[in-house]
Design a protein around this ligand. Sequence first.
Ligand code: SF4
Ligand code: SF4
Length: 260
Amino acid sequence: MNRRDFLKNSITVIAGLAVPLSALELISPRKLLAQKGDESPVRWAFLVDTQACVGCGFCVKACKTENEIPHETNITRTWVERYVVTRKGKTYVDSPRGARDGFTTDRIDQGEEGYREVKAKDVEKAFFVPKLCNQCDNPACVQVCPVGATYQTPDGVVLVDRKHCIGCAYCIMACPYGVRSFNPAYKTAEKCTFCYHRISKGMKTACVDACPFGARKIGNLRDPDDPVTKTIMSGRVGVLKEQYGTKPQVYYLALSREVK
Ligand code: SF4
Ligand code: SF4
């Protein structure tokens, strides 16, 4: 099953989940902070600038190295999607090997359907969208874990405790973003942790450090002087699948309506 099929299946699953009505509010970083009070001086949030991303894949490689995810497998904690929108309104998306090696050809990888060529004159717009765990404030994955192995830290990062994870995959099915996978080496759920081992020591995530174009940034929503916080609070940002009420904490600048 490829990531797109998985995503489609996940959407079906999430549609059947009981999402509390209170969760179905539109995202508001200001409201979120107010609700959370002063529980923690830090609330991590991520900012992606889709206009700055060139699809080089350096971030994907750096993540794999940092988090010991074998380079040759299709398991990846973060990936980059290429969107090609034609003048006739068709949207094609690909992410060969999660863009680990960047996008080296104009041909769009359509999986079992093969490659698609779109002539330059037929392209309305094309852009790249990095994806990763949204470290949701109302995480569906945490709600469904039967053994509490998936949990949320006080500073807002969702983690998997490999010692307790039983590999049931409920969280993989519940995540509406398709960001979780199964790690066959550990037989546990696998996902982005915002490089928690690094950020809790004052470092940036590996992908943020690796991006030569500043397309990825991480910041503390509780610090009003943090440039990431300032951008997020400016209201010029969007989030993915807001309608599921998961309250994602990965914000996108210049998010096109075609992005799913
Ligand atoms: S994006 Fe998915 S895995 Fe990450 S916190 Fe949200 S529901 Fe959980
Ligand atoms: S390293 Fe930066 S520019 Fe390159 S693919 Fe990742 S986010 Fe995009």
